[in-house]
Design a protein around this ligand. Structure first.
Ligand code: SAM
Ligand code: SF4
Length: 344
């Protein structure tokens, strides 16, 4: 059982809300959103992320449930309202339902979301829903089964799509579909995805391919800018939507004739980092102030001790080091070899 700070612990064992000011950095950005990687292992081999599959040699074990409970208490005390569980592939963690319900029962955390490749969505979504999962992002890089298999290494597009259908049946109303458009592989899917959302009530978000330490040549050969997609959408009568309070840097577009929406995530655009609202913790307990940075703060020593106060202090002390932006446009990818290591 984590040791709560006296300000957060209360009589009768009940916890009250945040006792510290919400985390804010030197640029006035507030951080109420935690992206927590629960494993860096993945069963897919996406060609832009882990083309040779996950290599597991001598890695520390991912945070266990007790460590995660301590981490959640610390972030909640600092004003975190939304937690996204990601990976690697979070769906391969057997205790994912327990982690979801742990997030959900942490005082102050209002929304629990998951980013998954959809591999076991269809049979696990009822359990995850029962555990309290509020929102899901599913990565689908192509609606063409052959192309999907070529990109991900798994010929299972129908299974992923039926998982999405199942989630809709269960009442998930704004499922987000992540697609990375790649010049040499799936650019022809742009129109197909737009047609798909005519009747499919989901938001398809095109993520600009990001350069990482491991994909430099692939990046140069496959990069497509979100701006070109934006012009195309505006010409077709799509309009940009207002952002919600806990929303991130994605731009979303709607159209009166379409059941779903289109989103663009453009990390290379000029003001992308101005609306940064998230902090990241890797599966081994390292706090990353930016997806692309050199320095991480190791929270695990505090988590191992169940030390909520020490975790809070370490998070607060590190925040002044958060830079105004990434330096991706200069080809600087920090120590990020691939996004599976921190969760994208
Ligand atoms: N395995 C899960 C999945 O694929 O949804 C969660 C982790 S994955 C790293 C999270 C997201 O990052 C996915 O939508 C994936 O497409 C995206 N991603 C991975 N590498 C990327 C890259 N180099 N550039 C842009 N997006 C990337
Ligand atoms: Fe795995 Fe997600 Fe990376 Fe694909 S994008 S290899 S599913 S972590």
């Amino acid at each position: 059982m984590p040791n709560y700070p006296s300000a957060v612990v209360q009589s009768g064992g009940t916890k009250t809300g945040p006792m510290y000011p919400t985390l804010e950095d030197a640029y006035g950005r507030r951080f109420q959103y935690l992206r927590l990687s629960v494993t860096e292992a993945c069963n897919f081999r996406c060609n832009y992320c882990l083309p040779n599959g996950y290599q597991s040699s001598h890695k520390p074990l991912p945070l266990n449930q007790v460590e995660i409970e301590t981490l959640l208490q610390a972030f909640a005390a600092l004003g975190t309202q939304k937690v996204r569980l990601t990976g690697g592939e979070p769906g391969i963690r057997r205790d994912l339902d327990k982690l979801i319900s742990m997030c959900k029962s942490t005082s102050g955390i209002q929304k629990v979301a998951l980013t998954t490749n959809g591999y076991n969505l269809k049979h696990k979504i009822p359990i995850w829903k029962q555990a309290g999962l509020d929102a899901i992002n599913v990565s689908v890089d192509s609606l063409d089964p052959v192309q999907f298999a070529q990109i991900t290494g798994h010929d299972i597009l129908p299974k992923v799509l039926s998982g999405i259908d199942r989630a809709i049946e269960l009442g998930y109303s704004n499922i987000k579909i992540n697609a990375v458009l790649l010049q040499q592989f799936n650019l022809n899917q742009l129109e197909r995805f737009i047609d798909w959302v005519k009747h499919m009530p989901v938001t398809v978000r095109f993520i600009e391919l990001m350069e990482t330490g491991d994909n430099r040549v692939f990046f140069r050969e496959n990069r497509i800018t979100g701006e070109s997609i934006k012009s195309h959408l505006l010409e077709q009568g799509w309009t940009e939507k207002l952002k919600d309070r806990l929303g991130g840097p994605a731009k979303e577009f709607s159209h009166p004739d379409y059941a779903g929406n289109i989103g663009l995530i453009m990390p290379y655009s000029k003001d992308f980092c101005n609306s940064c609202n998230r902090l990241r913790v890797s599966s081994e307990g390292k706090l990353h102030l930016c997806l692309f940075g050199d320095s991480q703060v190791d929270l695990r020593p505090y988590l191992l001790q169940g030390d909520v106060v020490g975790t809070i202090r370490a998070i607060r002390q590190s925040l002044p080091d958060k830079k105004s932006g990434h330096f991706l446009n200069d080809g600087f990818t920090g120590s990020t070899r691939h996004l599976a290591s921190i969760g994208g």
